[in-house]
Design a protein around this ligand. Structure first.
Ligand code: NAP
Length: 265
């Protein structure tokens, strides 16, 4: 045989809700360290395609978009199947897709409709999707196809901060933090590491309705680092995990919040 050996297949990351905001930042930073990326979105196809082009420009060997609603369990399983059919491997699964409540309602006015919508997308969907993903990651690792699979959950400071005007969101994120711990414990014997990345106040479409109020509060010291977080801040944290340097750590919470979680006196 002559010539150079074929290049090693690139690692593959799946980012749910990867088309906009934090997900888009994660996709771009993973692309920059050489991951091929599967970009999931729910409805904004144009945003997903723009993200795909950006990923290719940042260095992703391959980038593809996948429409699926992660709140729907069958849709989630279809997403998983389509990614595997396209790429044949998954090295990193990032559960990022999430929604804010349509309206911020006081705890005493909270509605079951908003509860079901927010917990369906932010907790129930990712739990059962990760259950299905976990079985595939075990198979891929035991088959020698993926040496070092990882799962990341994007939670929020709302996992630990009580906001009485969006109980559903706080409960969903607190639950998702436990989901991350559960999968970390369950998958460690299979050589699969699981992390929680917990962002603070990040400048995206989700925070646009409260942008002015949070700008004032950040300037006044809401977080010790007195600025908005960016999708790139979160993306770089995920990329640091994806580089694989935390090989003897699992279940860690990586705060990306400008120090907002610190208790100060
Ligand atoms: P965003 O700007 O509103 O973007 C949301 C992304 O998720 C979009 O790509 C959207 O796709 C997708 N998405 C929403 N529902 C989906 C579903 N059911 N199935 C598949 N994709 C879905 O939100 P973001 O601020 O980037 O937030 C991303 C994650 O970070 C969320 O989990 C959020 O809770 C969390 N977070 C955000 C902040 C913050 O300050 N922004 C802070 C902490 C944590 P379409 O456009 O196609 O709908």
């Amino acid at each position: 045989m002559t010539g150079s050996p074929p290049p090693a297949p690139s690692r593959v990351a799946v980012v749910t809700g990867g088309s906009r905001g934090i997900g888009r930042g994660i996709v771009a930073e993973l692309a920059a360290i050489g991951y091929s990326v599967a970009i999931n979105y729910r409805e904004d196809h144009a945003a997903a395609e723009a993200c795909r082009r950006e990923a290719e420009a940042r260095g992703a060997p391959t980038a593809s978009t996948f429409r699926a609603d992660v709140a729907g369990l069958a849709d989630g399983r279809r997403l998983l199947g389509e990614v595997l059919a396209r790429f044949g491997r998954i090295d990193l699964w990032v559960n990022n897709a999430g929604v804010a409540p349509a309206a911020r309602l006081d705890l005493l006015e909270a509605t079951p409709e908003s509860w079901d919508r927010v917990l369906g997308t932010n907790l129930r969907g990712p739990f059962f999707l990760t259950q299905a993903v976990a079985s595939e990651l075990i198979r891929l690792r035991e088959g020698g196809i993926v040496p070092d699979p990882q799962v990341v959950f994007i939670t929020s400071v709302s996992s630990a901060f009580a906001s009485v005007n969006r109980a559903d969101y706080c409960v969903a994120k607190a639950g998702l933090s436990m989901v991350a711990q559960l999968f970390a414990a369950r998958l460690a014997p299979h050589g699969i590491r699981v992390y929680e990345v917990r962002p603070g106040i990040i400048d995206t479409d989700m925070t646009r309705p409260v942008h002015d109020a949070y700008s004032e509060r950040l300037a006044a010291g809401l977080a010790p680092i007195r600025r908005w977080g960016t999708p790139e801040d979160v993306g770089r944290a995920v990329a640091a995990l994806a580089a694989g340097s935390l090989g003897y750590s699992t279940g860690e919470v990586i705060h990306v919040d400008g120090g907002m979680h610190l208790r100060t006196l």
